[in-house]
Each structure stands twice: as structure tokens, then as C-alpha cells.
Design a protein around this ligand. Structure first.
Ligand SMILES: NC(=O)c1ccc[n+]([C@@H]2O[C@H](COP(=O)([O-])OP(=O)(O)OC[C@H]3O[C@@H](n4cnc5c(N)ncnc54)[C@H](O)[C@@H]3O)[C@@H](O)[C@H]2O)c1
Length: 347
């Protein structure tokens, strides 16, 4: 049995980590910590666990083998490194951290302490994305030439356990980055995974178009990001992340190869559709993706517990996600400096 600690007891802990650990027969939730002690205490009572008043106390509990880091972005690196140093395996939520240096520090701490570090990139484990990856690898659409991938919803201010315009998601000091890191990291990581190639250059425009803070001023982070991604193998495509898709959420990816076009979550009917040059259609009917309002089982928690239990490599390592975080940081730099930014580490 893997003893679990939860660090940060907000919305993603409540709708994903806690219920999915509870439902996993190989995991037992032991302890919870949040800077809001009352929140941790209420959940600890609900899940039959202990609420701790400090992170150090949670990490000192020897019954805890592994932790989920579900705090606001600014704390991901600190909590992860502390947990790894305390000998715990870590599943850290996205975005991995707030700078490349922090991401690298997390990867180093996992290697030094010989502990697992997995990042919660749940889109990779969505059933349609797993099938899409298989179909691309089998050559169903040929060599990938171009793509577009989009993640847009109405914003995090109605999602967080502390909702409203004062949310930490809108505060540069706590979030560090806006939608480019919040939603853009999902699609950046996903497209590299699906295509099986790395993004080596980015040209982007990040904007704060519509979201305002408590006093009516534009928020201190981006609410829209539009990027052109160039891949090592020559494919070029776009990635759009937005917190201002008020009417309808868009979580789609379209990949065009030499032999056909693949649409993922792009039509009303089937999660994956391929039309190839022989005018054949391949339709794959798997479950719809999780949305803010429809939290289906992510699979992230089961995958993490399994890799700890079997002492195997996590399916989504810190090292993998570092390659996507480099693209996010390059995208921010490109927009700030108004130029194309190359990523030598991904070449
Ligand atoms: N994988 C996904 O699709 C997904 C979805 C939503 C959120 N997330 C990520 O999960 C993380 C948490 O987001 P959320 O939606 O739960 O936010 P939230 O606002 O609902 O909850 C955040 C919680 O963290 C606590 N917290 C903040 N700083 C802390 C610290 N230093 N120590 C301990 N607790 C602290 C807050 O008190 C709050 O309870 C974010 O990094 C977010 O990007 C990932």
C-alpha cells in the first residue's frame, strides 16, 4: 500500500487527486496540508486522514511514501524539492514550475534522491489522445506537416476554491504566468507527444485582452496566447491558449500529414476522426475529454501509484515536461521581445 500526502487542498485536489487516490486499491491517503488549515482539516475528516499544520510535519510522517503537489504555481518547485529531499515520490501539478531553473532543480532533486517525479499532464492520458498517438505512430496520416492545437475556456476565476477576480491565477506573484502556462503547457506538451518530435523555435504574441482584477485593471498575466511552433523534423503549426472563450470551450487538435488529416475533439460526433487521401474515414469513439464541468477520471493518479508500486519510470517524467516548459518560456520571451526564439536544448 502506498501512503499518500496531499500538498494544497484546492479544486484540483478535491475533484481529481483525492477521489482518484481513494478509488485506487493500492493507495491510502494519510495526510493533507494547505496554508488554509481549515480546508485541509475538513477534507482530512472526509477522507479519514490527518491534517497537518506545516509542510515539514507532513513530510516527517514516515507512513507517507508519495505526495501530490497541488498548490499555486509559485510553490510547485519548493514543495516538490522539499518532498523529494524528504524521500517522497512526487506527482506535481502543471505548470511544472515558474522558471527553467526551478524545473531543472526539480529534475535534479528527483535524480539525486532516486525518487519518481511525475507531472500531471492529464491530456496525454485522455483516451482520444492515446488512440491518436497510436494511429500517428502506425502511419495513418503519414509524415506530419502541419497542425493546430487549441485550449480555450472561460477562465479560472470561477474554477478555483477561492473564486473571483482576486484569484491567485490572475496574480503574477503567485501564478508567475497566465494562460500560456496554465492551458498552453497542456497543448505544447501534447503536440510534442502526439507528433513524437520537439519544438525548436517559437514566435508568439501573448496579450491581456479582457480579464480585469478586483479594481477593474487588466490582470498582471496574459489571458490569450497565439504561437507559431516549428518542430525539429520540419512540421510547423499553431498553438492557441485562451481564458476568454466565454461561449464554448475548445480543446481541439488538428494534425495534417502527407496521407491524411486527423481531427481530435474537433467535431461533434467522434473524439478522433481521420480522413485520408484514399477518401476513407476512420472514426474512433472513446470518451470525451475532461472539462471544468465534467471531471471524468484522469488516469494520472493511477499511473503515478502504479509507477511507485512497480518501481518503474513514470509515464510523464519531469524530464519530458521540461522540454515543453522550455517552449512555454521561449514563447513568453518571444512575445516580450517581439522576435522568434530558438530552443537549442530541444534541437
Ligand atoms: N492538470 C490540470 O488540468 C489542472 C487543472 C486545474 C489546476 N491545475 C493546477 O493545480 C494547481 C492548483 O490549482 P487549483 O485549481 O487546485 O487551485 P485552487 O485555487 O482551487 O487551490 C489552490 C490551493 O492551494 C493552496 N495553497 C496555495 N499556496 C500554498 C502553499 N504555499 N502551501 C500549501 N497550500 C497552498 C490554497 O490555499 C488552495 O487551497 C495549480 O498549479 C493549477 O495550475 C491543474
Amino acid at each position: 500500500m502506498i501512503g499518500i500526502g496531499i500538498i494544497g487542498c484546492g479544486k484540483i485536489s478535491q475533484v481529481r487527486h483525492l477521489p482518484e487516490y481513494r478509488d485506487n486499491p493500492d493507495a491510502k491517503i494519510i495526510g493533507l496540508f494547505d496554508i488554509n488549515y481549515e480546508r485541509a482539516k475538513a477534507l482530512a475528516e472526509e477522507y479519514g486522514a490527518t491534517a497537518y499544520k506545516s509542510l515539514d510535519k507532513l513530510l516527517a510522517d514516515e507512513r507517507i511514501d508519495a505526495v501530490s503537489v497541488c498548490t499555486a504555481n509559485y510553490n510547485h518547485c519548493e514543495a516538490t524539492v522539499k518532498a523529494l529531499e524528504a524521500g517522497k515520490h512526487v506527482l506535481c501539478e502543471k505548470p511544472m514550475a515558474t522558471s527553467i531553473e526551478e524545473c531543472e532543480q526539480m529534475v535534479r532533486a528527483a535524480a539525486k534522491n532516486k525518487k519518481k517525479l511525475m507531472i500531471g499532464m492529464n491530456q496525454r492520458l485522455a483516451k482520444a489522445h492515446i488512440r491518436a498517438k497510436k494511429l500517428i505512430d502506425q502511419g495513418e496520416i503519414g509524415r506530419v506537416l502541419t497542425f493546430r492545437t487549441i485550449f480555450g475556456h472561460s477562465g479560472p476565476e470561477n474554477w478555483s476554491v477561492d473564486p473571483g477576480k482576486g484569484t491567485w491565477f490572475f496574480d503574477k506573484n503567485k501564478a508567475a504566468m497566465g494562460v500560456m502556462a496554465d492551458l498552453g503547457i497542456h497543448k505544447t506538451d501534447l503536440i510534442q507527444y502526439l507528433v513524437g518530435d520537439k519544438i525548436v523555435a517559437v514566435t508568439s504574441k501573448l496579450s491581456t485582452i479582457d480579464k480585469t482584477d478586483l479594481v477593474g485593471k487588466p490582470i498582471s498575466v496574459d489571458d490569450n496566447a497565439v504561437c507559431v511552433y516549428e518542430m525539429k523534423g520540419g512540421a510547423v503549426g499553431t498553438m492557441i491558449a485562451s481564458w476568454t472563450y466565454y461561449g464554448e470551450e475548445d480543446n481541439s487538435t488538428v494534425i495534417i500529414g502527407t496521407k491524411g488529416t486527423m481531427r481530435i475533439y474537433d467535431s461533434g460526433k467522434y473524439p478522433v476522426e481521420i480522413r485520408n487521401i484514399e477518401h476513407e474515414k476512420i472514426m474512433v469513439n472513446v470518451e470525451a475529454i475532461q472539462t471544468n464541468d465534467n471531471q471524468t477520471k484522469s488516469g494520472v493518479i493511477d499511473a503515478f501509484v502504479k509507477c511507485v508500486r512497480t518501481d518503474t519510470e513514470p509515464p510523464i517524467t519531469g524530464k519530458d515536461v521540461l522540454a515543453a516548459m522550455r517552449v512555454v518560456f521561449a514563447g513568453i520571451k518571444s512575445s516580450e521581445e517581439g522576435c522568434r526564439v530558438e530552443i537549442p536544448e530541444n534541437m
